[in-house]
Design a protein around this ligand. Structure first.
Ligand code: NDP
Length: 254
């Protein structure tokens, strides 16, 4: 695993929004980023999970957490605009956005893939990320050093039979990353990348591979060094890239 132990003040004065923060990798990001000084804005579907996480972070780092329960399956553009307005009233800018929330959906041949599941999954994995990005680009543009990280998967880079809407949604995420990266490269200080976390011990992984020994995969906390590095000043030159946690190498200064 990537070896990186940043100072606890790495993200001091940074404001970073994380989606799917209630569980799995997003939850670990929330705790790790807050413990490195960031103010974290946490979106997820389950209010109960977010409240539990809020209590845990507040107990150690008071005043650094905002929770915002929102179901991406039904959230509209207006919901994301309202969120952006509320953040504008509280913060001068946004320094980071991690699109992490996702549904796995059915594993089924495309021929038999249920249409409703397809639409729900595209809404959560693709359209919600588009709407949230659109609403937050102005706040991210006001930062002197902003990072926008999409979450990909190996099946979003090479197609795999029976992974249906999930695989297609991750290809779409890669496309959104590349398109946005080109658009903002010259006019803003937003660095846009995608990251494939690789197999990680979460509820989604258990659903995808029920027969697998969970201990064979790293816990979300173990992959946090890569996430922290990508939000550090050292990763500034990374832009428009499809990155992987496995085998991740730091940027070698030139
Ligand atoms: P989990 O299933 O553990 O967590 C997913 C998170 O997304 C939860 O917090 C969940 O919210 C949130 N979410 C799901 N549906 C909605 C919705 N409708 N509205 C709002 N939030 C929602 O997944 P992981 O932590 O494993 O995955 C995180 C990311 O990493 C995903 O993008 C996934 O595709 C990617 N990934 C994961 C891998 C792995 O092995 N774990 C491998 C490759 C990629 P709540 O808890 O509130 O229900």
């Amino acid at each position: 695993m990537f070896n990186y132990s940043p100072e606890p003040d790495l993200l001091d004065s940074k404001t970073i929004l994380i989606t799917g923060a209630g569980d799995g990798i997003g939850r670990a990001c929330a705790k790790s980023f807050a413990s490195h000084g960031a103010t974290v804005i946490l979106l997820s579907r389950s209010q109960q999970k977010l409240e539990q996480l809020y209590d845990e972070i507040e107990a150690e780092h008071p005043g650094r957490t905002i929770i915002h329960p929102l179901d991406f399956r039904t959230a509209s553009a207006a919901d994301f605009q309202l969120l952006a307005q509320s953040l504008d009233e509280q913060f001068p800018c946004l320094d980071g956005l991690i699109h992490n929330a996702a549904l796995l959906g059915a594993r089924s041949p495309i021929e038999f893939y249920p249409e409703k599941d397809w639409n729900d999954l595209m809404q959560v994995n693709v359209t919600a990320a588009f709407l949230l990005t659109k609403a937050l680009i102005p706040a991210l543009s006001r930062s002197e050093d902003a990072r926008l990280l999409f979450t990909s998967s190996s099946v979003g880079r090479t197609g795999r039979a029976y992974w249906g809407a999930y695989a297609v949604s991750k290809f779409a995420v890669e496309g959104m990353m590349q398109t946005l990266a080109e658009e903002v490269a010259k006019t803003t200080a937003i660095r846009v990348n995608s990251l494939n976390p690789g197999g990680t011990r979460t509820a989604m992984r258990r659903d995808a591979y029920p027969a697998e020994d969970p201990a064979s995969q790293p816990a979300p906390e173990e992959i946090m060094p890569v996430y922290l590095y990508l939000f550090s000043p050292a990763a500034w030159s990374l832009h428009g890239q499809a990155l992987d946690v496995r085998g991740f190498q730091s940027v070698v200064p030139t």
